[in-house]
Design a protein around this ligand. Structure first.
Ligand code: ZN
Ligand code: ZN
Ligand code: ZN
Length: 370
C-alpha cells in the first residue's frame, strides 16, 4: 500500500501565502489543513496540537508530550521541523504566544474548535484573528500531479465497489444491511476510512443526503447509491450511481435520461478558463428545459481532495475560473418527493484542454435482477 501523499514544499508555500495575505502566522489545529500541510492525521483532542506556520520564520509543531511519538511516526516527523512537546502542567497557548511576540494578525484553521480559537485569542490579546483558509485555499485547490494520481486511485477504488453492487442490493434486504456490506467493501477495495454510505431506495432516494434506514428493498425500486471513503494516501473518493431492482416505472426512466444528459452537459462545459457557475448552469439548463427545474434542489458539485467537500463549489454565483488541477464532483440530481429520486456523480479533474473523469463505471441505470 502506498503511503500518504505529502510534499515538504507545502510548508514554505503556506508561509509565503500567509505573508501575501498579510498574516504573520497560521495556527493550524488537527483537521484537513494539518493533514495537507504535514501528513499528520491527528485526532482532534482537548489537549492542544497545533502547527505554527510563521510567515517570516521556521514552522514548528506543538503537541502534548504523550502525542510526540505519534507525530514523529507520521510524515510530519520526516519534515525536519521543530516539534515541541508540552507537559500536562504547561499552557500550550502561552507557549505558542511566547514564540510569536510581535504577532499582529494570525490566520486560524477554518476547522479549529471554538474553544481553541477563544484560548488563542486570550493568549494573544493583541493579535487579530482571521481564517487561514484565505491563505491556504489557493494552494489546496490546484492539485499537483501527485495529488491527481492519488485522487485517480481513490476513484478507481470506489469504482470497484460500484462494480460489486449486485452482491449488496437485493430485494428483501434493508438499506442498512446493504449499507453495512458496502461499507466493508469500501475498506476492502482500497480505503482506510468510510466517509459516507447513502443507500436511498424508493422514496428515500428523493432525499439527497438520506443515509440508510430499515426500509426493505423491494422489486421495482430505483436506488441511489452515493459512497465515498479516504485512501491511505489521504485523498477522498465520492461517486453516485443509480440502480434498479428490476424494471423501473416509465416516468423514472424518462427523468433519468434527462439527468444523464444534464450530467454529460456539465462535463462537456467544464474545462480550463470557464467559470464554476457555468458548469452548474449547463446541468441546470438541461433539467429545466425538460420541466424538472424545481426538482434539482442542490448545487452541481463540490471540490474534493484531503476533504470530501472543499473548494471549488460548482454553484451559481461562483465566478471562479477553473484551472488545470482543480478537482470536483459533477452530480446533478432530480428528486420526486414521496416517490423516488436520482443522482449521477463523477469526480473530475481539469486538464489542459478539458476534464478527466476519475470515475468511469457505466453511468446508465444499472438494472439488477433480484
Ligand atoms: Zn453531498
Ligand atoms: Zn457523493
Ligand atoms: Zn459529492
Amino acid at each position: 500500500m502506498t503511503g500518504r501523499v505529502t510534499d515538504p514544499d507545502r510548508l514554505s508555500q503556506a508561509a509565503k501565502a500567509a505573508g501575501a495575505a498579510d498574516l504573520d502566522a497560521l495556527l493550524v489545529t488537527p483537521g484537513p489543513d494539518l493533514r495537507w500541510l504535514t501528513g499528520y492525521d491527528a485526532l482532534p483532542l482537548e489537549r492542544l496540537t497545533a502547527l505554527v506556520v510563521d510567515a517570516s520564520g521556521a514552522p514548528f509543531l506543538v503537541a502534548p508530550r504523550l502525542e510526540v511519538p505519534a507525530v514523529m511516526a507520521s510524515p510530519a516527523g520526516g519534515l525536519g521541523i521543530e516539534v515541541l512537546g508540552w507537559e500536562e502542567t504547561e499552557d500550550p497557548y502561552s507557549l505558542i504566544a511566547s514564540r510569536l511576540p510581535a504577532v499582529r494578525r494570525v490566520g486560524v484553521a477554518d476547522r479549529m474548535w471554538a474553544e481553541q480559537l477563544m484560548r488563542f485569542r486570550a493568549a494573544m490579546p493583541g493579535a487579530e484573528q482571521s481564517l487561514a483558509g484565505a491563505a491556504l485555499r489557493d494552494l489546496r485547490v490546484r492539485k499537483s500531479p501527485a495529488e491527481v494520481d492519488a485522487l485517480r486511485r481513490a476513484g478507481q477504488a470506489i469504482d470497484r465497489v460500484h462494480r460489486r453492487m449486485a452482491q449488496f442490493l437485493q430485494p428483501g434486504r434493508t438499506e442498512r444491511e446493504a449499507g453495512a456490506e458496502i461499507a466493508r467493501a469500501i475498506l476492502d477495495e482500497g480505503h482506510v476510512r468510510v466517509d459516507f454510505v447513502i443507500v436511498g431506495s424508493g422514496p428515500n432516494g428523493a432525499s439527497p443526503h438520506h443515509e440508510v434506514s430499515d426500509r426493505v428493498l423491494e422489486p421495482g425500486d430505483p436506488v441511489v447509491v452515493d459512497i465515498g471513503g479516504t485512501t491511505a494516501e489521504g485523498y477522498c473518493s465520492d461517486c453516485t450511481r443509480m440502480y434498479c431492482l428490476g424494471e423501473p416505472e416509465t416516468d423514472f426512466r424518462t427523468y433519468f435520461l434527462v439527468l444523464l444528459e444534464a450530467q454529460q452537459a456539465a462535463c462537456a462545459q467544464a474545462g480550463p478558463g470557464v467559470s464554476a457557475e457555468s458548469v452548474d448552469a449547463a446541468a441546470r439548463a438541461v433539467i429545466a428545459e425538460a420541466g424538472y427545474g424545481g426538482a434539482f434542489i442542490h448545487r452541481t458539485g463540490h471540490g474534493i481532495g484531503v476533504e470530501s467537500h472543499e473548494d471549488p463549489y460548482i454553484v451559481a454565483g461562483n465566478e471562479t475560473l477553473l484551472e488545470p488541477g482543480m478537482a470536483f464532483s459533477i452530480e446533478p440530481g432530480i428528486y420526486q418527493p414521496g416517490r423516488h429520486g436520482a443522482r449521477i456523480e463523477d469526480i473530475v479533474v481539469v486538464t489542459g484542454d478539458g476534464i478527466e473523469r476519475l470515475n468511469v463505471t457505466d453511468r446508465d441505470l444499472v438494472v439488477l435482477e433480484g
